[in-house]
Design a protein around this ligand. Structure first.
Ligand code: TYD
Length: 210
């Protein structure tokens, strides 16, 4: 595949979605074809699954069901959108991917290694080339989103849950140091965007020189 697959990860309230938009715009300004997308979501089927997963009226959802639904949404997203875009040579900028499932379902829900296994099956071996991790204390993240008028089922989880998500990401950072770039998400939106652009340019230059 000729394209580049870039993902954003981080706790709720870390500002990923805004930064995904900034990086996608930057890549377009450099002349690349860009597909900007998100998880869970990115296709009609995956957005329907998203509604089901995040619906606060179903607190009884079993943790394994939740993990399988994220993986199912992802399987559709990869086959319908991400893989074809990468085969065309596009840049795909995606808000969350498999690492979110490993941090949230694997670590915070405590489901363990099975989560990586079902996701390996769902994405048929696809891995991001580059991942930006927006690092933020989960307490600050929650304070930011609590200003919103409504919360989804995952956002409603207690701070202990979100601390476990961060622990999960710390394990992933150690395991995938080659593709992770850590960004301080306490900085202003514009400084974070600049930092991401700089890191992206450096990464691209290093990639071209090999
Ligand atoms: P997201 O759309 O990133 O929420 P927001 O933009 O409000 O931060 O993700 C929705 C929620 O789903 C978020 O709490 C993280 C969670 N999530 C998982 O638990 N596992 C996953 O695999 C993914 C993709 C998201």
């Amino acid at each position: 595949m000729n394209g580049m697959f870039i993902t954003f990860e981080g706790p709720d309230g870390s500002g990923k979605t805004t930064q995904v938009g900034h990086l996608a715009d930057y890549c377009r300004s450099k002349g690349f074809h860009v597909v900007q997308t998100r998880e869970p979501g990115g296709t009609l089927i995956s957005e329907k699954i998203r509604e089901l997963i995040l619906d606060i009226s179903t607190p009884e959802m079993d943790d394994v069901t939740e993990a399988l639904l994220y993986a199912a949404a992802r399987a559709q997203h990869v086959s319908q959108v991400i893989r074809p875009a990468l085969e065309r040579g596009d840049i795909v900028v995606c808000d969350r991917f498999v690492d979110s499932s490993i941090a949230y379902q694997g670590h915070a829900r405590g489901l363990g290694d099975g989560v990586a296994e079902i996701n390996a099956f769902a994405v048929q071996g696809l891995e991001p080339d580059l991942t930006f991790y927006l690092k933020l204390d989960p307490g600050i993240g929650l304070m930011r989103i609590r200003k919103q008028s409504s919360f989804d089922r995952l956002e409603k989880e207690a701070i202990e849950f979100h601390r476990k998500v961060t622990d999960g990401y710390n394990v992933l950072l150690g395991q995938h140091a080659d593709r992770y770039q850590v960004i301080d998400a306490t900085l202003s939106e514009e400084i974070i965007a600049r930092e991401i652009r700089r890191n992206f340019d450096r990464w691209l230059a290093a990639k071209k020189s090999v």
